[in-house]
Design a protein around this ligand. Structure first.
Ligand SMILES: Nc1ncnc2c1ncn2[C@@H]1O[C@H](COP(=O)(O)OP(=O)(O)OP(=O)(O)O)[C@@H](O)[C@H]1O
Ligand SMILES: [Mg+2]
Length: 627
C-alpha cells in the first residue's frame, strides 16, 4: 500500500478519516431512505386529505348551485406549495377546472382514467403516476348523485427539496465532526509520536556507544506508558554502561596478563590459525608478533616442531581435554643450536558444548634441558676421571716393580749386548708408561694452590700425551718457547687448557699439517700495565665456519658428534677467566692452498695469563726487548 502514510500520526489520522467518512456515509444513506419513506407516507395522507377537502368544497358549491366556486377552490388548492396541479372532472373524466393551463385542453392520462371506476367510494384514493409522482382522487357527490372527481397531484420538487435539505445538514454535521476529531487525533498522536521519536534517537545513540553516550539519559516529556518506557530504557542504558565498563576492566586485565606473563601464550581457531599471540611467544618462535595473526603453525614454524604443536592443538579440539607439559625439541639455524619447549594446550569454550579456541602455553625449557644434560655429562666425566686415576694408580705399583727389576738387571747382572740394549729399551718404554700414568693422575688431581710452573711442565707434558697422534699424522710441530720460563698459575688446570687446544688442533689437522705452540713474556693487550705470558696455539687445519666460531665456547657445543663432549673450550675459558686472563680466537675455513693468493686458513688461539706474583719487572723487560 504505497499510498498508506508511514508515520504513526498520519496513519492514525487517515484511519480515522476513512472510518468516519464511511460511517457518516452509511448513516446518510440510511437516514435518506427513512426520510424518503416518511415523506412518501406523509404525502399520501395529505393527498388523501387535500383531495377530500377539495371534493367537499366542490360538493358544497354545487349544492348551492354556484359552480364558479368550484373553479376558485381548484385555483386556491393549485397555489399550495406542495401541489403540482389540482383539477376537477365530471364523472366521465372530462376536465372541468384545472389550476394549471386551460381546462378544455387538458385530458386525463390513461393511468388517471383507470382510477375512475375505482374512486367512486367514500374514501379518497391515492395512486402513483409514472415518474413516481403521487396523485389523490375523491369522488364529488351531492346527495347520492356522483357529480365528478377532485384530483390533486403533488410536486416532485418539494419532496426532493425536503430530502436535499436533510442531506445538506447531515453533510455539514459530518464535515465538522470529521475535522474536529481529526484535530483531536493529531494532538493525541503527537503525544505518542514525539516520545517515540525520542526513543528512536536513543536507540541509535545506543548503537553508536561510546560516542553516543552524551544523549543519555533521554528526556521524559510525557507522563504515560510511553514515559515509563523511556524511563525503563534509561535504566537499561545505565546498566549496560556499567556492564560495559566491567567488561573493559576485565579485558584490560587479560590484555596486561597476556602482554606481561613471562610465558609464551597463543590462541588458535579450528583451522589452527593464530587468533592471538603474546610477545614472549613471538620471541620464542623468532617470528614478528604481527605476522602470526591469521596464519597457521605450519606456515610460520619449521616442520617437525610445527607439526607436533599442530597435532597437539587439533587433539585438544577433538577430545576437549587439556594436554599438559608436552615436550618439544628441535634445532634451529645453520649451526643447529638445539632448543626445547614445554607446551600445554587447553580448550576454551564460549558455548558449553563446543570448543571455540585452543590456548597454548609455551615455556622455554632449553636452559633447563641443557643444565640437566650438563650435569649428566659432568657426572660421567668425573666418573671417567676417577676411573682413569684409579687405573693409573693401580698400574703405578707393578710398574715401579718392573722399573726396579730392569734397573737391577741393567746394573747388577753384567749383561752384554744385545741383551743390555734390549733391557735399556724396555726401561725407556717403562719410563714412558710411568710418565703417562703420572700425567693421568696429575690431570685428575687438581692442585689446590697456585705454584710457579715451568713451560716444560705446562707445555712439554701435553706433547708427551699427544706424541703418538702427532707422529701418526706426521704433523710438523713448532715449539717456540723457553722451557725454563715460568708462570705463577694452577699448573694442573693450565695443562688441561693446552691439552684441549692441542687436542682440538690435531682433530682439525689432516696429514702433514702444521702446529705451532708459542709462549712469550708479554703484556695484556687490553691493559698494557699488566705483565704475563701470552700463549699461541695455531694450526693450519680445517678452520671454523662463523656459526661454529660464535658458539665454540658454549658448553656442549661440538661438531664432533661421536667423539666430542663440547666441553673442552668451555672449561678452558673458565680456567683462563679464573686466572684473570683473556682468550682470543681467529679462524678461517677454506682450502689450505696459499700459493693461489688466498688468505691463510686455520685456527689461532691466543691466551694471555697475567703473572701477578713476582718477576714482573723482568717480564716487562723481556717483553719490551722482544717487541
Ligand atoms: N683448532 C680448531 N680447528 C677447528 N675447529 C675447532 C678447533 N678448536 C675447536 N673447534 C671447534 O669447536 C668445537 C668445540 O670445541 P671443544 O673443544 O669445546 O669441544 P670438542 O672438541 O668438540 O669436544 P671435547 O673437547 O669435549 O672432546 C669443536 O667441536 C670444533 O668444531
Ligand atoms: Mg676439544
Amino acid at each position: 500500500m504505497r499510498w498508506w502514510p508511514r508515520s504513526l500520526r498520519w496513519q492514525m489520522l487517515a484511519a480515522l478519516v476513512l472510518l468516519e467518512t464511511l460511517s457518516i456515509g452509511l448513516f446518510a444513506v440510511i437516514l435518506a431512505r427513512q426520510q424518503a419513506h416518511t415523506i412518501y407516507v406523509r404525502s399520501r395522507a395529505r393527498l388523501a386529505y387535500e383531495s377530500t377537502s377539495m371534493a367537499m368544497q366542490a360538493s358544497e358549491a354545487l349544492q348551492q348551485e354556484r359552480p364558479g366556486w368550484v373553479g376558485l377552490s381548484v385555483q386556491m388548492m393549485g397555489e399550495g406549495p406542495t401541489v403540482a396541479v389540482a383539477k376537477v372532472t365530471d364523472p366521465a373524466g372530462n376536465v372541468l377546472f384545472t389550476s394549471k393551463g386551460e381546462a378544455d385542453q387538458t385530458v386525463l392520462t390513461p393511468v388517471e382514467l383507470a382510477q375512475i371506476p375505482l374512486a367512486r367510494g367514500d374514501q379518497a384514493r391515492v395512486f402513483t403516476l409514472e415518474g413516481n409522482r403521487q396523485e389523490g382522487v375523491k369522488a364529488i357527490y351531492t346527495g347520492s348523485e356522483l357529480r365528478g372527481f377532485a384530483w390533486v397531484e403533488y410536486s416532485q420538487i418539494w419532496a426532493r427539496q425536503q430530502l436535499d435539505s436533510m442531506m445538506q445538514s447531515t453533510m455539514i454535521f459530518g464535515i465538522i465532526w470529521i475535522v474536529a476529531s481529526a484535530l483531536l487525533v493529531l494532538l493525541m498522536a503527537r503525544s505518542i509520536s514525539r516520545p517515540l521519536a525520542i526513543l528512536h534517537r536513543g536507540t541509535r545513540a545506543l548503537m553508536r556507544l561510546p560516542e553516543g553516550s552524551g544523549s543519555f539519559p533521554l528526556p521524559v516529556t510525557v507522563q504515560n506508558e510511553i514515559g515509563e518506557l523511556i524511563e525503563a530504557f534509561n535504566r537499561m542504558v545505565a546498566s549496560l554502561a556499567e556492564q560495559r565498563s566491567g567488561l573493559n576492566d576485565t579485558l584490560s586485565l587479560l590484555d596486561s596478563m597476556l602482554a606481561n606473563a613471562p610465558i609464551g601464550l597463543a590462541f588458535f581457531d579450528r583451522s589452527c590459525r593464530f587468533v592471538r599471540v603474546n610477545q614472549v611467544f613471538a620471541d620464542l618462535t623468532g617470528v614478528a608478533l604481527s605476522r602470526h595473526l591469521g596464519r597457521t603453525l605450519l606456515e610460520l614454524l619449521p616442520l617437525p616442531a610445527a607439526k607436533e604443536l599442530e597435532d597437539t592443538v587439533l587433539r585438544v579440539f577433538a577430545q576437549d581435554e587439556p594436554v599438559r607439559n608436552h615436550e618439544i625439541a628441535g634445532k634451529s639455524g645453520k649451526a643447529g643450536v638445539s632448543w626445547a619447549w614445554l607446551a600445554s594446550a587447553y580448550p576454551i569454550h564460549t558455548q558449553p558444548e563446543q570448543v571455540r579456541w585452543v590456548g597454548l602455553i609455551v615455556m622455554d625449557a632449553t636452559e633447563r634441558k641443557r643444565s640437566e644434560e650438563a650435569l649428566r655429562r659432568t657426572e660421567k666425566l668425573a666418573a671417567t676421571g676417577r676411573l682413569a686415576a684409579s687405573i693409573a694408580h693401580e698400574i703405578n705399583n707393578p710398574l715401579e716393580a718392573i722399573t726396579n727389576l730392569l734397573f737391577l738387571l741393567q746394573n747388577f747382572c753384567q749383561l752384554e749386548d744385545p741383551a743390555l740394549k734390549y733391557v735399556s729399551m724396555a726401561e725407556y718404554e717403562a719410563r714412558r708408561i710411568a710418565e703417562i700414568t703420572q700425567q693421568t693422575l696429575r690431570f685428575y688431581r687438581q692442585s689446590t694452590l697456585p705454584t710457579r710452573a715451568k713451560m716444560s711442565d705446562l707445555l712439554g707434558t701435553v706433547f708427551s700425551i699427544y706424541n703418538g697422534r702427532l707422529n701418526a699424522l706426521s704433523i710438523q710441530v713448532v715449539r717456540d718457547y723457553d722451557p725454563e720460563m715460568d708462570l705463577f698459575c694452577f699448573a694442573g688446570e693450565m695443562r688441561q687448557v693446552f691439552a684441549n687446544l692441542v687436542g682440538n688442533a690435531i682433530d682439525a689437522l689432516s696429514a702433514n699439517g702444521r702446529l705451532l705452540v708459542r709462549a712469550r713474556r708479554s703484556w695484556n693487550w687490553n691493559d698494557p700495565a699488566q705483565i704475563g705470558v701470552r700463549f699461541t696455539v695455531a694450526d693450519n687445519g680445517a678452520g671454523m665456519e662463523p656459526e661454529v666460531r660464535d658458539h665454540a665456547f658454549e658448553p656442549f657445543f661440538t661438531t664432533k658428534e661421536l667423539t666430542g663432549t663440547g666441553l673442552g673450550l668451555w672449561v678452558s675459558q673458565e680456567i683462563v677467566v679464573k686466572h684473570r686472563g683473556v682468550v682470543h680466537l681467529r679462524s678461517r675455513t677454506g682450502s689450505p692452498d696459499r700459493s693461489a693468493g688466498k688468505k691463510a686458513v686455520g685456527t689461532v688461539f691466543q691466551i694471555f695469563i697475567p703473572d701477578d706474583v713476582s718477576g714482573q719487572v723482568a717480564a716487562k723487560e723481556t717483553a719490551m726487548a722482544e717487541a
